[in-house]
Design a protein around this ligand. Structure first.
Ligand SMILES: [Zn+2]
Length: 212
């Protein structure tokens, strides 16, 4: 039924929930990426300090041993490579954060849009529901009026028959015949006599037929 469908639609907020989830997921992702970026930046700072220290030693003139100088040079080369590689990672993460922030902005826009659409739909559905409620109430009222009118109409028929048939108004169907006048009752007439909303009459004597 449409009304229960409407109730289900009004209660479901899956689209809004999934938009909300997207916002939460993106915020989590950005948080993780920012932690990663902080870790990389501090590692980069350490490496740069080490590089600076090694270079200072190298050019201080205090170290004379060729072996020591070579070791220092090797360390500086290693640090430079490591710094270059970490610089790349830092850049990659910054790009990822940019993308996540863009995605977060999209998710937030979607959320606002869906929220407003949901409110519009809800008010339309509520309008439709109250219209249906009204229609049902009117239909019930109309049905009651019809039932009432049938009753008073039947009452009039009964009263008329009562006078013309000298008190025997209702005739039972016995062995497919009107028990008052003996006329054969066809199956369709017998069936009609079972219908509680309308009355069946004997085609010969005009009495109200009763199947019971
Ligand atoms: Zn009859």
């Amino acid at each position: 039924m449409r009304i229960s469908e409407i109730d289900i639609l009004l209660e479901s907020d899956e689209t809004l929930k999934s938009a909300q989830n997207r916002i939460t997921e993106n915020k989590k992702a950005i948080h993780a990426q920012e932690n990663q970026l902080n870790a990389i930046s501090s590692e980069l700072d350490d490496l740069k300090i080490k590089q600076k220290t090694s270079e200072n030693s190298m050019y201080s003139g205090k170290i004379q041993s060729p072996k020591e100088l070579q070791d220092l040079q090797n360390e500086i080369d290693f640090l430079k490579k490591r710094i270059a590689s970490i610089n790349n990672s830092e850049l990659e993460i910054m790009i990822q954060i940019d993308a996540s922030e863009q995605e977060l902005a999209n998710a937030e826009n979607d959320f606002v849009r869906i929220k407003s659409e949901t409110a519009t739909t809800a008010s339309m559905l509520k309008g439709e529901k109250s219209k249906l409620d009204l229609e049902i109430a009117q239909a019930l009222q109309q049905r009651q009026a019809t039932v009432n009118s049938i009753t008073s109409e039947n009452l009039a028929i009964y009263q008329r028959l009562y006078q013309s048939k000298r008190g025997v108004v209702v005739s039972k169907i016995i062995d497919d015949a009107c028990s008052a006048c003996g006329t054969h009752i066809r199956p369709a007439e017998k069936q009609a006599s079972n219908n509680p909303t309308q009355m069946a009459y004997c085609s010969s004597c005009g009495r109200i037929l009763s199947s019971g």
